[in-house]
Design a protein around this ligand. Sequence first.
Ligand code: S3P
Length: 167
Amino acid sequence: MVLVGFMGAGKSSVGAALSRRLGWPFEDLDERIQAREQRSIEQIFRQSGEAAFRQLEHKALRSLVGELGASAKVVALGGGAFAQADNTALLEQAGLSTIFLDAPAEELFRRCQQQQVERPLRGDAKEFHRLCEDRRPCYLKAGLRIETVGKNVEEVAAEAITRLGLR
Ligand code: S3P
């Protein structure tokens, strides 16, 4: 199962809750990229630029999907990964369930401001809104969309499990 959505959507925290509830391992794609590169996401963007980051992201996703075989896993993608056609094609070929964690851009921006996470593409409120809008059609291609406003992490995880018929 693969969690997608914009920065601040809750992909990592909902992913961890799903992993605990289902007893499946959890992996955050950005963590894999950082471990492979021995650099933070922020360093990769600063030293190599976004295009290089996207290549590393695709390679990391390809290796992750290749390792899966028949085993179940909860995966959180970075906010831009599901907006790249080569990544969506890879996930579709692998037949993985994709879940879009949705919230309005204002709410996502607020959540990002409250977190101590370095996000090279966050920008100011206007840039954040524009990028969020640009990517929305891509996120809507996910198999399932869950509205996250007014729900806590556990409620979102429980809803994903019910709606995917996993319990
Ligand atoms: C990005 C989102 C980040 C990270 C990178 C690029 C994006 O992940 O992959 O900074 O393009 O939206 P989060 O969505 O976990 O912040």
